[in-house]
Ligand binder design. Structure first.
Ligand code: ADP
Ligand code: MG
Length: 480
């Protein structure tokens, strides 16, 4: 067997590959290298043809489209005996083996030195992640860990590579210079996936590290409960004795003064002792509403990283990865069609894929084609085609009021420009699912200006029938 052959002896091509890897790492950067090139293994070398094995079909395809030319070229220069490099699939699935490892070898110790039942609050203990997942699933208040949310299953692209690198760094290193790490993005772009990847990684490599992972809502709930039962000492002890505290969906921390104070103290205490705090939210610390300034400035004191909306290449990569996890064969045409059409977020992209997969399975493995895809996703696609963008709104509003889009986005305060600008902001809020900060950015303003504009227009609609009529006309043209 070829595999045995290359497992037993070190050939010149193996050493060459090692050197080539060093060069690829410098050329493409550590993140890309770790994600795509590091998992490759040198296989057979016969008659000048070299086989490079990738663990999955998806990875092989990615390497072929992105790196093959370069690898061929470097090898050609290095060793003229290597005439051709082939990329093949030789499967060993790291993601499933990771999960197995965790489920089959639970470490017995519990992380908490106190008597609070961890699993009922979605806390992750050093005991057994798999058990926690099961228990958590049975309880509404808890966070269930998804075995698929691993670094291996996270597809890296331009828009998320920084967030991915930061998450990996905190997962790998015990002492990281950025603390807290604050991850933010709009919904469905992979925050929770990255948070849970950190946990899986720690549990695999440093199972002795104590991790608490919960949502901000659960933190508040738990703290309020501790207050009610006069059990705050135990609460403090529990939260301040961890190595890693992870809070997901921080925007739900709420306006509750005492919980925020408690979180700030916990955070200060952990950071002071060099323990890692990781937070995710749907907006940046400065844009969080109802959060005290002191806490905000603590949050921006570490590293704040955002995940931007996906680009086409990343969507293609994600679709391929998810298709592979679902065990379905997705033709290139369908992949590109979906990546082109479903741009809002990864959750929707995945949803569309699941619908297609379910449909194909229900019809006993019916082949997935472009026609079938368009048919299955009819409703979804229709609503996407109808979706209005902020750019369109700006264009139509500018036309309607006879000004230019540039003026609409400018800082001019003259009524003739300021009023249409407010109308455009109002319509953007009404007709798109964009957040206030996102709308603000399109107008080079902050979210408070947008909020003010929306309120103002709501008032004007009641007071000024002509303006109300104009807005109605605009709305109708934009919705068609
Ligand atoms: P968020 O927490 O930001 O709302 P999630 O982490 O829940 O988003 O992601 C939504 C879905 O999209 C999940 O199923 C996740 O696995 C998937 N997803 C998001 N980004 C990626 C990515 N880069 N690679 C693979 N899957 C992704
Ligand atoms: Mg989430």
């Amino acid at each position: 067997m070829a595999q045995e052959a290359f497992a037993n002896e070190i050939r010149p091509v193996d050493t060459q590959w090692e050197q080539i890897c060093g060069q690829l790492k410098t050329e493409f950067g550590v993140t890309a290298f770790d994600s795509w090139l590091k998992p490759l293994v040198v296989g057979d070398f016969n008659n000048g043809e070299m086989n490079i094995c990738a663990p999955t079909a998806f990875m092989k395809n990615w390497v072929v489209t992105h790196y093959a030319d370069r690898i061929n070229k470097i090898w050609e220069q290095k060793d003229p005996n290597v005439k051709k490099v082939n990329f093949i699939v030789q499967a060993t699935r790291t993601d499933t083996s990771l999960f197995k490892k965790i489920t089959t070898s639970p470490t017995p110790q519990n992380i908490y030195g106190c008597n609070i039942n961890s699993s009922s609050f979605g806390l992750v203990s050093g005991a057994s992640l798999a058990n926690d997942t099961v228990k958590n699933n049975a309880l509404n208040s808890a966070v269930a860990l998804n075995p698929n949310y691993t670094f291996e299953n996270f597809v890296v692209g331009k828009t998320n590579e920084f967030a991915y690198a930061a998450a990996r760094k905190v997962a790998e290193a015990k002492n990281v210079s950025f603390n807290p790490l604050f991850l933010y993005s709009s919904v469905g772009l992979g925050k929770t996936h990255l948070m849970q990847s950190i946990i899986w990684h720690i549990k695999k490599n440093n199972p002795e590290r104590n991790v608490i992972y919960l949502t901000a809502e659960q933190f508040v709930y738990k703290f309020v409960k501790a207050l009610r039962y006069k059990d705050t000492d135990a609460f403090k002890k529990q939260f301040r004795s961890v190595d890693v505290l992870m809070v997901d969906d921080f925007q739900f921390m709420g306006n509750k003064g005492t919980s925020q104070d408690e979180f700030l103290h916990t955070c200060n205490s952990l950071v002071g002792e060099g323990k890692q705090v990781i937070i995710s939210a749907d907006r940046s610390p400065t844009d969080l509403e109802g959060i005290e300034e002191r806490l905000k400035s603590r949050l921006v004191g570490g590293l704040v990283v955002d995940i931007m909306p996906t680009d086409f290449d990343l969507r293609v990569g994600i679709l391929q990865k998810k298709a592979e996890l679902l065990g379905i064969e997705l033709p290139q045409k369908v992949t590109e069609f979906l990546a082109q059409k479903i741009t809002s977020n990864v959750r929707e992209l995945e949803g569309s894929l699941k619908r297609i997969a379910a449909h194909s399975q229900l019809l006993s493995g019916k082949e997935i084609t472009l026609d079938m895809t368009q048919d299955v996703l009819k409703d979804m696609l229709r609503s996407i085609d109808r979706k209005t963008t902020i750019d369109e709104i700006q264009k139509k509003v500018a036309e309607h009021f006879n000004i230019s889009v540039k003026e609409l986005q400018s800082s001019r305060r003259a009524r003739t420009v300021a009023r249409p600008r407010q109308v455009a902001m109002y319509l953007a809020k009404q007709l798109t699912s964009r957040s206030l900060p996102e709308i603000g950015r399109k107008f080079d303003r902050d979210h408070t200006t947008v909020m003010h504009a929306v309120r103002k227009v709501e008032e004007l609609i009641i007071e000024d029938p002509t303006l109300a009529e104009n807005i109605e006309i605009l709305r109708r043209t934009l919705e068609n």
